[in-house]
Ligand binder design. Structure first.
Ligand SMILES: [Mn+2]
Length: 315
């Protein structure tokens, strides 16, 4: 069983360094710090580090470690919530003696010594909790681990709302919830909005476009983002501003970055991962993404999505 192999390998190493992906979200950081705290409690003699960079928005989750290059010489590196080598923050993980990957995204490349990749988990934090639940003879949970793992469950499922949620996700939420951390403080840290963010959403509600067959989209140029003082990552994460609207069954944000346009595609009926694939991207059935390089390509995506809904409406 792969979880046993993971723990066996962990037990062979004195230094363990856990890495996150670029623009880490609470599920990624929650998995990273949750695993760190579990391993610290379970193996107090080992050196366990979590490295990378947290922006202000995710600072409530905890602190990361700064470590010197020589730490990698005898280390085991663990990558969480990320499948691609080039999306891992801090490439020094390549200098580690062994690498473990723990991820719930569809597999794109294999390179680690142990790869635990399973898309049946709604969140990477659910995988870390499962690692603890199935191996309680060797691992210990802590209150602080439960807090950050619970944060990841909430955000990767949109509070148990997305279709990736299973009975297991809910049971593990209950397991984390029973630990004595301040839930209201956690919700406040995750869900607060600034007035600038609120006004930006107001702009979206006023200005999104809709095709005749129920595809809604928003083109967010650098000019608009600058005007509202909004970071492109934040803008892309606002795609579900257009969710739960009666007349809209598929929706998309096109967000301009320096050299490309990020496409975030969502649906509540027709699969969108195949559409994303046609434009070099991919993802889940009802939530997918791609990267394109011109607004003309965005218009092609709009046409394909509207056509998909047209075909669906006529059947
Ligand atoms: Mn995740």
């Amino acid at each position: 069983m792969i979880q046993r192999e993971i723990i066996d390998l962990i037990e062979q190493y004195q230094v363990i360094i856990i890495h996150h992906h670029v623009n880490p979200d609470p599920d990624c950081v929650g998995s990273q710090l949750g695993l760190k705290y579990i391993l610290q409690a379970s193996y107090p003699d080992k050196e366990i580090y979590a490295v990378g960079h947290l922006d202000g928005r995710n600072a409530f989750l905890g602190k990361l470690d700064e470590i010197s290059n020589d730490k990698y010489e005898k280390a085991l590196a663990i990558l969480v919530d990320v499948g691609d080598k080039n999306r891992v923050v801090d490439s020094r993980f390549l200098n580690a003696k062994a690498i473990i990957k723990i991820d719930h995204h569809p597999l794109t490349e294999s390179f680690a010594n142990i790869e635990w990749v399973d898309t049946s988990y709604a969140a990477c934090c659910e995988m870390i909790i499962d690692l603890y639940v199935q191996n309680q003879d060797r691992l210990q949970m802590t209150t602080e681990a439960a807090r950050v793992l619970y944060a990841g469950l909430l955000t990767d499922t949109d509070r148990y709302y997305f279709d990736n949620v299973t009975g297991r996700t809910l049971r593990y939420g209950a397991l984390a919830y029973k630990y004595d951390f301040d839930k209201q403080a956690l919700y406040a840290d995750i869900y607060y909005q600034s007035i600038a963010e609120l006004k930006f959403k107001g702009f979206i509600y006023e200005n999104f476009q809709k095709t005749p067959n129920g595809f809604a989209y928003m083109k967010l140029s650098k000019e608009i983002l600058d005007k509202y003082n909004i970071d492109p990552n934040y803008a892309a994460n606002c795609v579900n501003t257009l969710a739960n609207i009666l007349e809209i069954t598929m929706w998309c944000f096109f967000v301009e970055y320096g050299d490309h346009i990020r496409v975030e595609l969502r649906s509540r009926i027709a699969p969108v991962n195949e559409i994303a694939k046609r434009f070099g991207g991919g993802g889940h059935k009802l939530a997918a993404g791609a990267k394109v390089y011109s607004w003309e390509e965005c218009d092609k995506i709009v046409a394909v999505c509207d056509e998909t809904l047209n075909n669906l409406n006529n059947h």
